[in-house]
Design a protein around this ligand. Structure first.
Ligand code: FES
Length: 103
């Protein structure tokens, strides 16, 4: 089983918000969708755009570079110009702290 790293307090990411963190040298975007937390690699599969700087709508994040959309729960690419999914990571909460595993 992979190692979990503490990344933020739950209160730092209100519903509908996001936060960029670094986990074991990997840039990770954390999202709060209706009180549930999700983590994906902060690198658009189209051309490396910073997804955490994009607009979060429901469970979809739009890349700020060329508008590709990804589902933050599954990492699935939803529209052009991205075809490949982004990496998703496991999130757990302990004592109001968020932990992410990037293995
Ligand atoms: S880099 Fe994300 S859509 Fe192009």
């Amino acid at each position: 089983m992979g190692e979990f790293f503490k990344v933020a307090k739950t209160s730092e990411i209100p519903q509908g918000e996001k936060k960029l963190v670094e986990v074991d040298f990997v840039p990770v975007a954390i999202f709060n969708v209706s009180g549930e937390y999700y983590a994906i690699e902060d690198v658009c599969t189209h051309d490396g755009g910073p997804l955490a700087e994009g607009k979060l709508e429901g469970e979809e994040i739009m890349c700020p570079r060329h508008g590709a959309r990804f589902n933050v729960k599954t990492g699935q690419a939803l529209c052009m110009p991205a075809f490949e999914s982004v990496e998703c990571y496991e999130v757990k909460i302990e004592n109001d702290e968020l932990y992410v595993c990037v293995d």
